[in-house]
Design a protein around this ligand. Structure first.
Ligand code: FPP
Length: 253
């Protein structure tokens, strides 16, 4: 992938999260099965992982399978699980070679045990890699993550490990699925929808959102660069005024 110099002269988002949407519609438009669309979606996923790593992105979180996706037709669920398995089998060598670390967030207890084992093995095998970290949101829901965090927090409170009066945002965030993952700087959604779809609800409080009409199977390195360029044109104010932010950036008050 050719990376334009103008792109790397500006800050590259440290953490990009992606809602990979549109496999089904992409397939439908071509008169082929949804599963064929997901297959093409896996090719897009591989190419985007490569491009993000080349761009110097440190964290990439992909919404691979939501809790709601369990309610899709059985065959489609099986096909998505099969693709995940294929990714873990076929890409692990390249992932190792590139020094990419794998992690996952979600409720793993619902995954078939064979898949769960493959995911765990891949996480274990890549744990000392220190280039980009690729986080798979698998069997994931944002509200469930908050509920699960609350449950763990209350258990610790019951055990007297935590004082309810002292719980603040930082304490709470430490109970999320993977507290080491920083909040995303940029959230990309493909497939022309303007929804958050229960993805990283806690973490996207100040995330820049980019939506594109491109269906996921057509998304690749050049589309990723378009999104990053768009991100670079924005001013992130985190609730402050533009003057305040620009003052800080120039070293002033
Ligand atoms: C959305 O397309 C996509 C998903 C359900 C998940 C993303 C899946 C892949 C990238 C394929 C590889 C799979 C894994 C698990 C690694 P959609 O079916 O919702 O599209 P539609 O909105 O057009 O129907």
């Amino acid at each position: 992938m050719m990376i334009e110099s103008s792109l790397i002269n500006e800050p590259i988002p440290r953490h990009i999260a992606i809602i990979m949407d549109g496999n089904g519609r992409w397939a439908q438009a071509r008169g082929i099965s949804r599963n064929e669309g997901h297959k093409k979606g896996l090719d897009a996923l591989r190419s985007v992982v490569r491009s993000a790593n080349d761009l110097g992105v440190r964290w990439l979180t992909l919404y691979a399978f939501s809790l709601e996706n369990w309610s899709r037709p059985k065959l489609e669920v099986a096909s998505l699980m099969g693709l995940l398995e294929r990714y873990l089998e076929l890409e692990i060598e390249e992932v190792m070679e590139k020094g990419i670390q794998l992690r996952s967030i979600g409720r793993p207890d619902r995954l078939p045990s064979r898949i769960r084992k493959k995911v765990d093995d891949a996480i274990e095998r890549t744990r000392n890699n220190s280039n980009m970290t690729l986080v798979f949101a698998l069997s994931y829901g944002g509200r469930s993550e908050i509920v699960d965090a609350t449950r763990k927090l209350l258990r610790d409170a019951e055990l007297g490990k935590i004082d309810p009066e002292r719980i603040d945002e930082k304490t709470f965030a430490a109970y999320l699925y993977d507290p080491e993952v920083p909040d995303p700087d940029l959230l990309i959604r493909t497939g022309a929808e303007l929804r958050v779809s229960n993805f990283l609800l806690w973490q996207i409080a100040y995330t820049e959102i980019y939506s594109t009409g491109v269906m996921w199977p057509d998304f690749g390195g050049s589309e990723l660069m378009d999104a990053v360029r768009d991100y670079q044109s924005r001013e992130r104010r985190f609730g402050l005024t533009g003057e305040q932010v620009r003052g800080t950036r120039n070293g002033g008050g």
